[in-house]
Design a protein around this ligand. Structure first.
Ligand code: CA
Length: 407
């Protein structure tokens, strides 16, 4: 597949085999958000191109979020992608395409999805084991339920923000075990969690469930996700009902959503699941798979971790099947995140909690400063790459954020 665009080499991480979707506006029309696709280092105004061509799904793109397009379902997602690739490879269409290409710096990127419900899972065995070892040193690292179901909780969808949004250090209660009473103030243990977010389309009815074998037909794509976490607030509040204010102040989502189709070459078998999960979580290699996505986490430009998503224990299909098994409905624009991605090696851990082993082993940045948890002014950037079609690698859209002082 060769592009007709002269500045788009086949091995570009945002080349024809990738084509992630986002929502943008321009300085000339700041109130008109619409759907675009990243093509190389430019943004294609897909809403305009599709409108010119009067394709049936073009009105779904003239919207300030991807939700209407998500509602169209997998047949339209596939048709739109094939149509777009044809437009970008057939020289006859080049005059139609070129007027709708904008430079990246000309556009403002917005949150791509109007997030309906947001669920966060806990699908990395290495992460769950590390956290268990840190917080329950005298008990089993994994809780008794961990290998029987993908553990998750419902988060706060209204505080999911787009990559690049500043993160204000949260205030809250904290109390260490040795403290006589809780205190209130800015979190002193602000952390990150490197995750993948899965963007859902194809609403379902309350009282129905999505079988694991059909789950991926409801997953439009993935975007990198940073689940900012205030460890001190979290540690004091989480028993017995789980994460609350230590998480809900902000979660950052990448601006570009990579379609699942672009990740077809990145499917990998899951790690061995022992004990065998219950039937409703038991898919085939075709329907329930892992993803060979390698993340990179940088703090102020220093690479601090390379979490391998391929090591995740539960598949996205299993997470979605579990999420609906009780009859909970799916909405267009639902977002579920994988949980912190951590591999077996120390430098593959996706949180500072693990990288510094609860603050006892500081990491050193390029400027020789050290970190246990994040300081005001710190910038965290998570990027990732994966095998794409034709032997080329694709680069997922990054998710970034800078920490501002508490207010
Ligand atoms: Ca998380």
């Amino acid at each position: 597949m060769t592009s007709t665009l002269p500045d788009l080499p086949a091995d570009h991480p945002f080349g024809l085999h990738h084509l992630p979707y986002g929502v943008f506006s321009t300085s000339g029309s700041p109130d008109r958000r619409r759907v675009g696709v990243r093509v190389g280092d430019r943004v294609l105004d897909l809403a305009a191109l599709a409108s010119d061509a009067r394709v049936s799904w073009s009105t779904a793109l003239q919207q300030p979020s991807l939700n209407a397009f998500l509602a169209e379902g997998p047949a339209t997602w596939a048709a739109a992608r094939a149509w777009l690739q044809d437009r970008l490879t057939d020289p006859g269409h080049r005059p139609d395409v070129e007027p709708h290409l904008l430079d990246l710096h000309e556009v403002r990127l917005h949150l791509p999805v109007d997030v309906a419900d947001y669920v966060d899972f806990y699908a990395s065995e290495h992460h769950a084991s590390n956290v268990g070892s840190i917080f329950r040193p005298d008990g089993d690292a994994l809780t008794p339920n961990w290998k029987h179901l993908p553990i998750g909780y419902h988060g706060r969808s209204s505080t999911v923000v787009v990559s690049g949004t500043d993160i204000v250090r949260p205030l809250g209660q904290r109390k260490r075990p040795q403290d006589p009473a809780p205190v209130f103030g800015p979190s002193t243990r602000l952390d990150i969690e490197a995750e993948l977010g899965f963007v859902v389309g194809g609403a379902t009815q309350v009282g129905t469930r999505v079988p694991v074998g059909e789950a991926m037909s409801h997953v439009f794509g993935v975007a990198l996700f940073n689940d900012w976490s205030a460890r001190d607030i979290q540690a004091w509040e989480y028993v017995p009902l789980g994460p609350f204010l230590g998480k809900s102040f902000a979660s950052s989502l990448a601006a570009w959503v990579t379609p699942m189709e672009a990740l077809a070459s990145a499917h990998v078998p899951l790690p061995t699941q022992d004990p065998t999960p219950l039937d409703y979580l038991h898919g085939t290699e075709e329907t329930s798979y892992g993803l060979d996505i390698t993340m990179e986490v940088r703090v102020n430009g220093t690479l601090v971790a390379r979490p391998p998503y391929r090591t995740m224990y539960w598949s996205p299909a299993q997470m979605l099947a579990h999420l609906t098994v009780n009859g909970a409905a799916l909405s267009d624009g639902d977002l579920f995140a994988s949980g912190t991605t951590s591999g077996a090696e120390p430098d593959t851990r996706g949180s500072l909690l693990e990288l510094t082993w609860n603050g006892t082993e500081p990491i050193t940045l390029a400027d020789r400063s050290t970190r246990t948890f994040l300081q005001d002014g710190d910038e965290v950037v998570i990027s990732a790459s994966a095998p794409g079609a034709g032997g080329h690698r694709i680069g997922l859209g990054e998710v970034s954020g800078r920490v501002l002082p508490a207010r």
